[in-house]
Design a protein around this ligand. Structure first.
Ligand SMILES: Nc1ncnc2c1ncn2[C@@H]1O[C@H](COP(=O)(O)OP(=O)(O)OP(=O)(O)O)[C@@H](O)[C@H]1O
Length: 264
């Protein structure tokens, strides 16, 4: 593997959304250095600020405070160059329904400057890995949620990016496909790619991440390897540590209250 260096540097990242005169402070000073070849699990409860962070890093939100460098470039001034070298896989996106996966992936590949023959070959190989080669020329409008998600995952990787951002990428995928994605991510990291994996679920992340960054209400509240966090957790599961750190206590009482309210 090539030597390790910081591919993402986040300094004092603040982001607020405004609704009229009321401010929702979503990111409250995030600082992170991320090395190439690492899989980062960016975990936190709903509304913690994960997607906002990912969108800022991918250049989809540009009004923020702080400094971000990726692969040595500044996201504010070198956004175009950065976008060519990263992949973004959102939880769901509007795919072009009237296209087939082959047409969609070819379009994306060519937009990113990959030679057409090469895109077709690469797209077919990636579709085959997800057992979708038979659907290569079928309209996306006829696809199930999981099939769409697979096309989205492929579309974020078709240009062989150096950093791959995944925001809840596994929704809708069946067990085998989840294993497949985990395996693909592990191998990509072994090849020196950096994976930034955002999720509100601990289970998948704790198995593949080199480092887990836990965020809550816009702050990093824990950061370390699986073993380091496990040591902090004093034998409780990471799931429990997560619940404790994010202050989600009384969940069983709330569940009971929910059931009572439904049954009333
Ligand atoms: N475009 C927007 N306009 C206004 N508020 C927004 C916008 N995008 C996000 N927010 C707010 O920012 C906060 C964080 O949202 P974000 O999507 O980053 O959370 P998350 O950690 O990804 O949550 P989840 O696990 O539910 O996806 C929420 O309060 C959300 O309502």
């Amino acid at each position: 593997m090539e030597s390790q260096h910081n591919v993402i540097e986040i300094r004092d990242l603040y982001k607020s959304f405004w609704s009229g005169s009321s401010e929702n402070e979503v990111l409250k000073g995030i600082n992170l250095d991320i090395k190439n070849g690492n899989i980062i699990g960016y975990i936190g409860p709903n509304g913690a600020g994960k997607s906002t962070t990912v969108k800022i890093l991918c250049g989809l939100i540009d009004d923020f405070e702080g400094d971000i460098r990726m692969m040595g470039m500044n996201v504010r001034t070198d956004a175009m160059e950065i976008k060519k070298r990263i992949g973004y896989i959102p939880e769901n996106a509007s795919l072009y329904d009237s296209l087939t996966p082959m047409e969609f992936l070819s379009f994306l590949g060519e937009m990113r400057g990959i030679e057409p023959g090469r895109v077709t070959e690469r797209a077919m190989n990636l579709l085959r890995i997800f057992e979708m080669q038979k659907n290569a020329n079928q309209r996306i409008s006829t696809f199930s949620k999981g099939m769409r998600q697979k096309v989205l995952i492929i579309s974020g990787m078709i240009h062989n990016p150096e950093i791959i951002f995944l925001d809840e990428p596994l929704s809708g995928l069946d067990a085998n496909s989840v294993i497949m994605v985990k395996e693909v991510l592990t191998q990509l990291a072994r090849d020196g790619k950096t994976i930034f994996y955002s999720s509100h679920l601990m289970d998948v992340v704790e198995k593949i991440s080199d480092r887990i960054v836990l965020i809550d209400k816009g702050n990093v509240i824990a950061d370390g390897t699986f073993d380091e966090l496990k040591a902090q957790a004093n034998d409780e599961s990471l799931e429990k540590l997560f619940t404790r750190l994010t202050g989600s206590t009384g969940l069983s009482d709330r569940a009971e209250e929910f059931i009572h309210s439904v049954e009333k």
